[in-house]
Design a protein. Structure first.
Length: 420
């Protein structure tokens, strides 16, 4: 058999990271003539899209072996095993094992077990197949944590990712050193529940300890970012880094989910509305240029219009800029799916109103940057991002991967416009 395996990734940045690891393992094992889809399970819509993508991939690759993996494959393997288009289903632990790919290469058509999905909750370590340089030519992503110990009532992800596991700090630092040596000017720390990093390691270090260690031991790293965090878990050292470390970028994505205390309790979140407001105010006080993104769910079961209004007000109260709005959809197997559901039309309307509030917040942010100077990391010859992760467009080609200082002359189409 000949032909390089094809990979399709759905869902989060961590999935994309793991796809890169699978590519390497499949290549080293000699797997060929295969199509691999790395699925997402965050919503029912995500699973529907996975099934749709599988059917499309089969039509386009009628003779290839089609392998389904990822969170949806982990949480409902029977769904995908029942699809005629699918040859093999492998779980989230199995997909990160070289032995899995070696077995497929050795007996690719014959006796390979069709469903290889084991108990994710029994996994106690992160896979050590770290990928140096995953990302753009300018920005690399480093997985430092996987899984989640919390059980929010709407979320299926712990059953797809298992309990929280951390990559030791020394391993992370060594990888980032290699990335800097390769010329990367920005590194993003990623994970499923990033602020739980360290809880399973000796001495139980915190995420702030990891951030401070990276910045101290990798002095040549120009920019460090952290991805989505749970603000209630933020530790003193992380707040200290926000206040004192200019190389830690002033952009945080907050896992807020809602703005009403009763709904937050029904979600089994560990923070209340005032906690979110207090954190955002403190972070902005320490770092005035700080910008926030946030995840917010519209139409959670039992949500009334008054509950929703509290989420809408949160955009202003927390000075949010970049909103990820999720219309609630029930996930089978979660407690929220058994709660009284909100009318679908109301969910759609509330999601629209949240997105409109987000659009206005972005407009305010962009307008406030006009006339200011920013350090911009070039992702492409005509586009880069500021410290706050805002896109900047350029009329003339710029050096990709470099950080340049530019003045902002205006904004258009959701991007800032550079003077040069």
């Amino acid at each position: 058999m000949t032909g390089v395996p094809k990979f399709t990734t759905l869902g989060c940045r961590l999935n994309a990271y793991e796809t890169e690891a699978m590519k390497r393992m499949a290549e080293e094992a000699g797997v060929s003539d295969a199509v691999v889809i790395n699925t997402c399970a965050v919503t029912a819509e995500a699973v529907r899209k996975a099934r749709q993508e599988i059917r499309r991939l089969r039509r386009e690759n009628p003779d290839a072996k089609l392998i389904v993996t990822g969170c949806a494959a982990q949480t409902e393997p029977e769904t995908f095993a029942a699809m005629a288009e699918v040859d093999t289903v492998i779980g989230n632990t199995e997909k990160m094992s070289p032995e899995t790919w070696a077995g497929m290469a050795a007996d690719f058509i014959g006796d390979t077990e069709r469903v290889q999905v084991n108990d994710i909750m029994s996994v106690t370590e992160t896979a050590n197949h770290l990928i140096d340089g995953f990302g753009t030519r300018s920005r690399a992503y480093v997985q430092v944590q996987n899984g989640c110990d919390h059980r929010c009532t709407f979320c299926i992800i712990p059953y797809g990712r298992g309990n929280s596991r951390s990559v030791p700090a020394g391993v992370v630092v060594d990888q980032i050193k290699r990335l800097v040596d390769q010329g990367y000017n920005e590194v993003v720390l990623t994970g499923v529940d990033l602020t739980s990093w360290g809880a399973d390691l000796p001495a139980e270090p915190k995420l702030g300890d990891l951030v401070m260690r990276i910045l101290k031991l990798v002095p040549d790293l120009p920019r460090l970012r952290i991805s989505s965090i749970d603000s209630i878990e933020v530790d003193e050292n992380l707040m200290q880094a926000i206040a004192t470390e200019p190389r830690l970028m002033p952009h945080l994505h907050l896992s807020l989910q809602h703005g009403d205390d009763l709904i937050l309790k029904r979600m089994k979140r560990r923070h209340l509305r005032d906690d979110a407001i207090r954190f955002s105010e403190e972070a902005r006080k320490l770092r005035p240029e700080m910008t926030f993104g946030a995840d917010i769910i519209a139409g959670f079961p039992t949500e009334t219009e008054a509950h929703f209004e509290n989420s809408l007000k949160l955009v202003e109260d927390c000075a949010l800029t970049w909103l990820h709005v999720f219309p609630y959809s029930p996930r089978q197997g979660t407690p929220a799916a058994r709660m009284p559901q909100v009318n679908g039309k109301a969910i759609k309307d509330r999601a629209r109103r949240l997105r409109e509030a987000g659009d206005l917040a972005v407009e305010r942010h962009l307008s406030a940057q006009v006339g200011r100077t920013h350090q911009v990391l070039l992702e492409a010859a005509d586009m880069g991002r500021t410290e706050q992760f805002t896109e900047v467009s350029f009329a003339t080609p710029q050096p990709v991967g470099q950080i340049i200082e530019v003045a902002i002359s205006g904004h258009k189409g959701g991007q800032l416009v550079a003077c040069r």
